[in-house]
Design a protein around this ligand. Structure first.
Ligand SMILES: Nc1ncnc2c1ncn2[C@@H]1O[C@H](COP(=O)(O)OP(=O)(O)O)[C@@H](O)[C@H]1O
Ligand SMILES: [Mg+2]
Length: 320
């Protein structure tokens, strides 16, 4: 089977450990998370290589209809999606299409395109988490300034709202809406206003939880403390080791299940009523901050769960 240069070198390094699974990580060699995944996959006996999603292509002439650089006429047994790089609406749609196509061709995709779509679009995550009966702050997602204005006028009487970019991540672009006049112009939010009840305290310190779930169990968790109400590690939040209580653990696991994510980073905030609320579910979570306080190797846990699932699928197909 033709493999990329990185893949063939990994096969040589692997020696004769009997691994028969060929897997790809959609991500970049520069990304420590992707490198850690490759390393752990190889240690567990798989042949693992980096693959660029943007360089993968649809081709009706290809025997499988979709071609991954370095894989020739074949496809890997499974892929882990570490990240989908920013791009135009068309480019990202095409990359998600590649992930959909891989699933159609029997390749195990973690996370699957459907889970990624559900999590990248914060309005869909809110819908699914609420539909699953899980606590989440009251949320509205509307198009157009006029509709956002109506909601902000009505809801800010009871307290502030948070405006989030629909496709936002790492705490970028969040705004506190204390009154309707704080709403930005339509052009600043691509006409989509995702508004959520602000459940943060008055400060001076703020905190929330990040819980990493894989295959329906907790891998690691942290409390993030920050001087600002946006607690993302990328925005200066400080990770702190935490012993997760059962109710938070269950909530995180049920949240990942609500969006059908194989692995996920779930953000949970304790409201002033001391109850936990799900803020969002990340289908392509970074874990550098979390790893700094975690006692388990997160990449190793994801790699092991993924390979177990892959082997189970192959076994089931053989038996079936
Ligand atoms: N409804 C809310 N009430 C209070 N704080 C919030 C709320 N939503 C988000 N935050 C704060 O902002 C951070 C980022 O929000 P989040 O929804 O997780 O988006 P992102 O994808 O940017 O991480 C959260 O970790 C939390 O600290
Ligand atoms: Mg978040």
């Amino acid at each position: 089977m033709p493999l990329s240069p990185e893949a063939s070198s990994s096969v040589r390094k692997r020696g004769d450990r009997g691994g028969d699974l060929v897997v790809a990580v959609f991500g970049h060699q520069r990304d420590g998370h992707a490198r850690a995944l490759i390393k752990r996959l190889e240690e567990l006996g798989a042949r693992a290589s980096f693959v660029s999603l943007s360089a993968s292509m649809f081709s009706t002439l290809h025997p499988r209809g979709v071609a991954l650089a370095g894989f020739g006429s074949r496809l890997p047994d499974g892929v882990i999606v570490r990240a989908i790089a920013a791009g135009s609406f068309e480019a990202v749609t095409r990359r998600l299409g590649i992930l959909h196509a891989l699933r159609e061709q029997g390749v195990l995709v973690w996370n699957d395109a459907r889970a990624i779509e559900r999590c990248v679009d914060k309005s869909m995550t809110s819908f699914l988490v609420a539909r699953a009966g899980l606590p989440t702050p009251d949320t509205w997602a509307v198009e157009g300034h006029a509709e956002a204005l109506r909601i902000a006028r009505r809801e800010t009487i009871r307290g502030p709202l948070v405006l989030k970019p629909l496709f936002g991540s790492q705490g970028r672009g969040l705004r506190l809406i204390r009154s309707a006049s704080d709403l930005p112009e339509e052009s600043a939010v691509a006409s989509v206003f995702y508004l959520q009840r602000f459940l943060g305290g008055a400060g001076p310190e703020h905190s929330d939880f990040r819980v990493f779930v894989s295959r329906g169990r907790i891998v690691a968790a942290m409390r993030r403390r920050a001087a600002h109400w946006v607690t993302n590690v990328k925005q200066g939040g400080r990770p702190e080791k935490v012993n997760l209580d059962q109710s938070l653990a269950r909530l995180a696991i049920r949240s990942a299940a609500a969006v059908e994510a194989d692995f996920a980073g779930v953000d949970i905030l304790l409201g002033s009523d001391e109850r936990p609320y799900v803020l969002e579910v990340n289908s392509m979570p970074a874990w550098r901050g979390l790893q700094s306080v975690a006692s388990v190797d997160i990449a190793a846990a994801v790699a092991a769960d993924f390979l177990d699932r892959l082997r189970e699928g192959i076994l089931a197909r053989r038996i079936g």
